[in-house]
Design a binder for this molecule. Sequence first.
Ligand SMILES: [Zn+2]
Length: 625
Amino acid sequence: MSALPVQPSHALLQPLSLPQARLVDEGFWGRLQSVNRSAVIPHAVEWMERLGWVANFDHAASGTRYEHRGREFADSEIYKIIEAVSWEHARSGPSALDGIAEDLIRRIAAAQEPDGYLHTLFGRPWQAPRYSDFTWGHELYCFGHLIQAAVAHHRAYGGRSLLDVAVRLADHVCVMFGPGRLNRVCGHAGIEVALVELFRTTGEHRYLDQAALFVERRGTGTLPLIEFGRAFAQDDLPVRKAEVLRGHAVRALYLAAGAVDVAVETGDHDLLEALKTQWDNTVARRTYITGGMGSHHMDEAFGEDYVLPPDRSYCETCAGVASIMFSWRLLLATGEPRYADLIERTLYNIVATSLGEDGRSFFYANTLHQRHPNSEVPLNDDGVCIRGGSGRRQTWYEVSCCPPNLARTLASLGGYLATTTADGIQIHQYASSALGTVVDGEPFELAVATDHPYSGVVTITVRKAPPRPVSIRLRDPEWSADTRLSLNGEPIDRTTDATMVLTRTWHAGDTLKLTLDMRPRVTRPDHRIDAIRGCVAVQRGPEVLALESIDLPASWELEDATLMPGTITAANQSIAATVRHHRSGEAHTVPLIAYRAWARRGPSAMRIWIPEASGPGETMPAPKV
Ligand SMILES: [Zn+2]
């Protein structure tokens, strides 16, 4: 069984499926996968049952009048959890989660209408009519998640229980929205990636055609004008004409991911080039140092170029997930390592930050600067957080798109580690894992061991290899200024290429040792980002570091602290720096923690970008009045 989230018919690099690329339980990401299985997934199911989101399907199936619970997109959260369970099954085999998925699928299938339509909020006599609200209704968006879940379920379990539902639904969509029919797109993209993957699974070309049509139709003004403008739903410009991502970040990124899929499957070189340009410009001008995307709270949207204020950064967790989806597809299509660099940055600084250690609490927004410890969080009568922008991880949200998105990403993470080509394997992410592929009909297997990101040492041991030359390509991370490599203890001369390719006849037991440069780095911002001018950030490896108020003297406010970059020290993987009070001049040495670890010791103020202190010996500025 070939279980993997993205399975292009043809691409420069082919992903490894989940059994071929397996994270080891003891590694950094393997541990989070265990938490996902034991806590995140059951927790999400529990909440969705408690809040009546699953019961919406039961009521819809019964045909009796009911009050719909949750938001317009509540259906999609259940689909995402089925997707998560499916990847988890593909990764770790049978478990109690299988029965949960079976139960959910049975209830979903029962709610499908005879013509294939399936949404619990629209179309019944007492509800709004189907397709009466493309801006906010999320019908096609929900269909997209159902289809993605169905593809995952089919690839992981082999059955068709959900795939048949998805096929009927997708056929309905093709009839309703095909050429000459309803000339509309969904306000929230997402069905595009789903339809392409359904094409890849079933071989039915009409799903790819429909995805391509949705991509082409976007940007032609088929959606009503709303207060956030046409760019909010990317309906301002055709995808192939745009030069940067704009509007609602998750929508923009899902659309871009689906458009890459369409470009790859149809051989549309111009469309692929346009998306690469959009990625370049978005990463250069509209992306936070954490990999976070989306600086507006009001419309959850990208700001204009260099509008990247740290204390109003939105950086929705789902935008991080969607950014990984976009980058991964471009990596497969082009082989260029910068896409893996951004995936790594986003994994360590968004995905790992969002998730609480207990697996039962989550950030929705991932701010770069919390000015005051946040102990007051607005909860509704169900005990659910009303709004995403909070300084503490929350149990559940009224808009709970992020936790199930984390769940499906973590469960499928093994699939993002490495790829294969006819002549070998490419390792993109350094995580304790077992990787295997087949080269020329013979197995090629590697064991990767590392405690990265705590240290920069990665050991890759050959387990099985064909008796002929095979290549191993390693990514040299953009942040590592001095990457060293040895084979069986002998140093290897580094080429000037960003990628490290070693081609030779390997033997079981051969060991590659990669040593990445984990020295802390001081980063100064682009001068065009006004909000952080005069500040510095400290990074170590793929991780962005943060200063938390809990580590400052009790009499200090977070904003009193200025950083002296020359004082940064690293000892036993702990980073410390001297901060100086901006008025009194009093100095203290304090730890800088990994950003993902913030707010784990109770409510705290925190910042990534810290004002730079004037150098030692310089005159102190006059006290401000
Ligand atoms: Zn979300």
